[in-house]
Each structure stands twice: as structure tokens, then as C-alpha cells.
Write a protein that binds this ligand. Structure first.
Ligand code: SAM
Length: 311
């Protein structure tokens, strides 16, 4: 096996066989697989968060988008009013979208490749906690009004401010419908980053902005070094994981190239977490061919913010 950083050949070979087998399951029953593994949810089954903690995570996400756009947090009650927003990959609870609707956004379109959104007991408790975090009754009423039966969070989304689309590509496929695009922990999963960037450019009106938090870590798929998941050759990685929504392993250097190519002007590319020089040096001789030309500085990036504007 080429360059698999295989210090434990037997265990690693078993891992490959198991991953390839479960990948076939994930490809045939994607929804069941994602639920079973709790890959993309918050809450008791996955991160173990309480409803209040998850609600605070969503509110903090809203604030962080404002930070990245250079807007003071004190403007949370006015900044979102009337905006048309596209969110990629909301996960199993459209918490950010509901908060934005509560804060006065005209529309929030959510799009995903996996049909994860549900309104079970836990999600309902999260939404109830979100209501408490909103600044006033008008905002709470707007959030409650996003549901078929206002305030009954089990009744499902109404045909209103928040809408949810699931497409095979995870792309929206619409033109000039929003003035802002957001995502968090999503772009590192998409199957085709250039296509996703083109999709968001198309969806944005001229001058519209996009803010994305990208998590380049292994999502639990490294063994001894946080970067050792970059030693698997691409063909093998796809065989093991292509249907599972795991990271696409695209590093920050591609974002620098592909965003302008898709018609976006990069305004900010800001690292949040880095691997150490030792980690990079240790893994460098073992990298799969796809990663050998990346600079050590770029290899070290483990998460970052990207802000762009449609040209
Ligand atoms: C880690 S969750 C993040 C959820 C949410 N944004 C949050 O901050 O909690 C990743 C999201 O990306 C979506 N996703 C995974 N693989 C994808 C793919 N190949 N294309 C598009 N979206 C994908 C998942 O369905 C999920 O909604």
C-alpha cells in the first residue's frame, strides 16, 4: 500500500477493509449511515451537548459571522434585518437559520447534500432555547412563525423565511437570490469545492458577501499525528470514505486559487488553528502525492475563516 504511514500494518489493513465495506453502506443508505454514526449532529447522541449549550453554539456562530464581517456584536438586533441569506450544510438543526429569521432576515435558504434536519424532542428543546436567546418578543414571534403551526416546533418548517433543500450535489443551483452566503464546518466536506464556490457566486447578487469557517482537521480520522490522514492516496481515501461526508482533504492553498477562479474576491483568509512544526515535519516525507507540493505553512493550517465578495 503506497505511503499509508503504516506503522501498524495489520491494524491499518483491517481498518482499510472495514472502511471500504462501510463506505458501500454509506453510499447506498446515506441518511441511515449519517444518523447511525451521528456524524453531523449536535446533542446527546454525538457531542453530548445539552439543548441550551447547542442553542448557545448557534448564537455564537451568528456572532462570529458578524465578527468576520467587521460588524459589532451590539448590532445583532439590526444587522440581519431584511437580508437574504444562503447557508450551506446546517446539520440536523437549522439553528443559525432560525436565529437569523428571528433577527429579521427576509429569507434563509439552507441547502445540504444529506437530509439531516429533523424536529425530534432534542431539536425542539434546542429551538425553545434559541427563542430564549432572542432579544425581544417580536424576534421570538418571527422564529415561532417559521413553523407550520407557529410555536409548534414538531410541525415542521412552514413555507416562510427559512427553507431547506436537499440536493444530490449539495448545491443550490439558483442565480442572484441572496446577498450573503454562510457556512460552518461544511466546505471541508463538499464533493467538489470549485463547483460549490461557483454555486455560491451564482446565488449571490453583485457585491454580496460570503463568510465560511472551514475545519481542515481529520474529523477523528488520524492515527498518531493530526496530519497523518493526508498520507492516504486519494484513490484509497475515496474508496474508504466517499459516501460518508468525511473531509475532502482539500487544503487552504486550493481555496486561495479556486475562490477567485469562481468569481469571488478574497477579502480574508485567516488561520484559526495550526499544526505544530514538528507535526508537519514528521508527516512531510509520508504525504500522499496530492499533497507534496503544498508549502509547510499551508499544510499546518487546521482551520480558518474565509470571507469573500462577489466581484
Ligand atoms: C459538521 S456538519 C456542520 C453542521 C452545522 N453547520 C454546524 O455548524 O453544526 C457538516 C454539514 O455538511 C454537510 N455535508 C457533508 N458532506 C457534504 C457534501 N459532500 N456536500 C455537501 N454538504 C455536505 C452535512 O450534511 C452537514 O450538514
Amino acid at each position: 500500500m503506497q505511503s499509508a504511514y503504516a506503522y501498524r500494518p495489520i491494524r491499518d489493513s483491517l481498518r482499510v477493509v472495514r472502511a471500504i465495506a462501510t463506505n458501500q453502506l454509506a453510499r447506498v443508505w446515506p441518511r441511515a449511515y449519517m444518523r447511525l454514526t451521528s456524524e453531523t449532529g449536535r446533542g446527546p447522541d454525538s457531542a453530548g451537548d445539552t439543548a441550551e449549550e447547542t442553542a448557545r453554539y448557534f448564537l455564537e456562530s451568528v456572532y462570529e459571522y458578524m465578527d468576520q464581517l467587521g460588524v459589532a456584536r451590539s448590532e445583532v438586533g439590526t444587522f440581519w434585518k431584511g437580508r437574504r441569506i444562503l447557508e450551506y450544510g446546517p446539520g440536523d438543526t437549522p439553528g443559525v437559520a432560525l436565529l437569523l429569521a428571528g433577527l429579521g432576515a427576509q429569507s434563509v435558504l439552507c441547502v445540504d447534500r444529506f437530509a439531516l434536519v429533523r424536529f425530534d424532542d432534542y431539536q425542539q428543546s434546542v429551538i425553545a432555547a434559541l427563542c430564549k436567546l432572542l432579544p425581544d418578543d417580536a424576534a421570538r414571534d418571527r422564529l415561532r412563525g417559521c413553523f407550520r403551526e407557529p410555536g409548534n416546533f414538531a410541525s415542521g418548517l412552514a413555507d416562510g423565511a427559512v427553507s431547506y433543500f436537499v440536493t444530490q450535489s449539495g448545491l443550490l443551483g439558483r442565480t442572484a437570490v441572496v446577498d450573503m452566503v454562510i457556512s460552518r464546518a461544511v466546505l471541508e466536506h463538499v464533493d467538489d469545492l470549485p463547483a460549490t464556490l461557483r454555486d455560491m457566486t451564482a446565488a449571490l447578487v453583485n457585491g454580496g458577501v460570503a463568510a465560511h469557517k472551514v475545519d481542515l482537521r481529520s474529523h477523528g480520522l488520524h492515527r498518531m499525528n493530526r496530519l497523518d490522514f493526508l498520507t492516504w492516496p486519494d484513490w484509497l481515501w475515496r474508496l474508504m470514505f466517499s459516501g460518508k461526508g468525511v473531509p475532502n482533504r482539500v487544503r487552504v492553498d486550493r481555496y486561495r486559487v479556486e475562490a477567485p477562479r469562481a468569481g469571488l474576491v478574497l477579502q480574508k483568509l485567516e488561520v484559526c488553528e495550526r499544526a505544530t512544526q514538528d507535526e508537519v515535519a514528521q508527516i512531510h516525507p509520508h504525504l500522499a502525492r496530492e499533497f507534496v507540493d503544498i508549502t509547510k505553512e499551508d499544510l499546518a493550517w487546521l482551520s480558518f475563516w474565509m470571507v469573500c465578495r462577489r466581484a
